[in-house]
Design a protein around this ligand. Structure first.
Ligand code: TTP
Ligand code: MG
Length: 471
């Protein structure tokens, strides 16, 4: 129809004009494995239309293809998709994405073909090792080689992080200091110094940006980088690690793969000072063997639910079809379906804006004792303040959430004129919110605190608009 293949018309053309025979060899092993015969769905092909060639596994449903292919025969469609696959691989001179060919049968993907034919992405995830603790050990040589924890050593203190020397004892982030001390009696507590961590964070981000503009920081010490344009992402990762070590005297671990999920998992795989690459050809086997709790995007609660469904590894998860996962996990089911196949379409977003930061805790025993609640609130607040700093978050609305023993939930909020800029301010507002709640004789089972509503306008922006007006 005279349009480029980005919108699908080229494909229509190639079908009628130079239809290729099904090649005996295809350039990518994955293609054969993922060349899926659709079944189910409105216009599922009748059995006689199926092609059951060598290497084609007619077992997985990818739904209907009626929109894109109209009334063409199954055989034609295969020829067509193979032709397409070969031409794309030729044209792009690159391995085509995992699952791609299978996906070509699916109507809505067919429509968004331009995205699907992008070269294989190369994503790096970098994460500093025992970040706050390493900074403290760098600062004070007497702490090096010793088990240290960053945080307060009080009855209400919580460990922000522990040095690698402390980890064999079980000391880790978010552990109450009292427990940490019990696990490791010689543990040395060091107070956090956020200004220093922020400065180091800036240093490493500057290094990242020398390699790509596509940097998405996740917190002070970790970021995703899209280095698709580079020949070898692994070499870039190695270089970045070396630069970080030279410029900051600290070590980082890097994960390299074809998407965010896998890169993030990979960076954790050889910590500390690790570098681990999951190459496209290894993705499938890697994911199949991976316990679901290690998937980035599947939290502890979801993993637990999956265990109850007898889903323990990627391979188990792969047995479930998309509709069943969506039925059980809601919208997230779509993502889980992709994860099981090593697919994660999330882009590296350099300007992603975090909307809120929060934490909550459920009590072992429901309570209406205000002193106790106030103490629980203090612990939650400390965690929230910690996260605000870790994510350099700014927000001016504080939301208190309470869940009662009848499972009803209420929220109370207060908005300030400026962003919460201290733990004291957060303490004042949250206590005030709690004091204003009438429990109506019920007991509380959960308390949560969230800070959101980032102030948008800055003085500079106003100034800019003013300049334009004058012009
Ligand atoms: P992480 O990268 O999760 O931990 P880490 O860098 O200390 O150790 P690892 O080698 O396993 O990556 O978090 C980065 C920093 O964020 C960490 O040094 C301290 C802070 N942090 C908290 O304050 N509370 C937390 O619960 C977590 C997880 C981190
Ligand atoms: Mg880290």
């Amino acid at each position: 129809r005279g349009r480029s293949w980005e919108n699908g018309a080229y494909l229509a053309g190639s079908l009628s004009e130079n239809r290729r025979p099904i090649p005996t060899e295809v350039p990518c092993g994955h293609f054969w494995r993922h060349l899926l015969v659709p079944k189910g769905g409105k216009s599922a092909p009748r059995r006689k239309n199926r092609i059951e060639g060598e290497g084609i596994l007619p077992e997985e449903s990818i739904g209907s293809f009626s929109c894109a292919f109209g009334s063409i025969q199954m055989g034609e469609m295969f020829a067509f998709a193979l032709g397409l696959f070969v031409s794309l691989a030729d044209a792009l001179d690159t391995s085509v994405r995992h699952n791609q060919a299978g996906a070509c049968f699916c109507p809505h993907v067919f429509v968004s073909l331009s995205e699907r034919t992008m070269p294989q992405r190369k994503i790096i995830h970098i994460d500093m090792d025992a970040f706050y603790a390493s900074v403290e050990q760098r600062h004070d040589p007497s702490l090096r080689g010793r088990p240290i924890a960053v945080g307060h050593d009080g009855p209400r203190g919580v460990v922000s992080t522990a040095s690698y020397e402390a980890r064999p004892y079980g000391v880790r982030s978010a552990l109450p200091s009292v427990t940490a001390r019990r696990l490791c009696p010689e543990l040395i507590f060091v107070p956090a110094r956020f200004d220093v961590y922020k400065a180091v964070s800036q240093q490493i981000r500057d290094i990242f940006r020398e390699y790509t503009e596509l940097v998405e920081p996740l917190s002070l010490d970790e970021a995703f980088l899209d280095v698709t344009h580079e020949r070898s992402a692994t070499l870039v990762a190695r270089e970045i690690k070396a630069r970080i070590r030279r410029q900051t005297e600290l070590t980082a671990s890097a994960g390299v793969s074809v998407n965010k999920m896998l890169a993030k998992i990979a960076s954790d795989y050889r910590k500390p000072d690790g570098l681990f690459t999951i190459a496209p050809s290894e993705v499938e086997a890697f994911v199949a063997a991976l316990p679901v709790e290690r998937f980035f995007g599947i939290g502890a609660v979801t993993a637990e639910r999956m265990h109850r469904m007898d889903i323990h590894t990627g391979a188990d998860l792969r047995q479930w079809d998309e509709a069943a996962l969506v039925q059980r996990f809601g919208k997230a089911g779509h993502a889980y379906y992709g994860y099981a196949r090593g697919v994660d379409e999330r882009e590296v977003e350099p300007h992603r804006v975090r909307k809120s930061v929060g934490a909550e805790t459920t009590f072992a025993e429901d309570t209406d004792d205000r002193t106790r609640l106030s103490m629980e609130l203090a612990a939650v607040r400390e965690e929230v303040w910690n996260r605000i700093q870790r994510h350099e978050f700014r927000g001016k609305t504080v939301v208190l959430k309470l869940k009662y023993d009848d499972f009803r939930q209420i929220t109370r909020s207060k908005t300030l004129f400026t962003a919460i800029d201290s733990d004291e301010a957060l303490c004042r507002v949250s206590e005030e919110l709690l004091a204003g709640v009438d429990f109506h004789g019920r007991k509380v089972r959960l308390i949560g605190l969230t800070v959101g509503n980032t102030p948008e306008a800055c003085a500079d922006c106003v100034q800019l608009r003013f300049d334009f007006g004058e012009e």
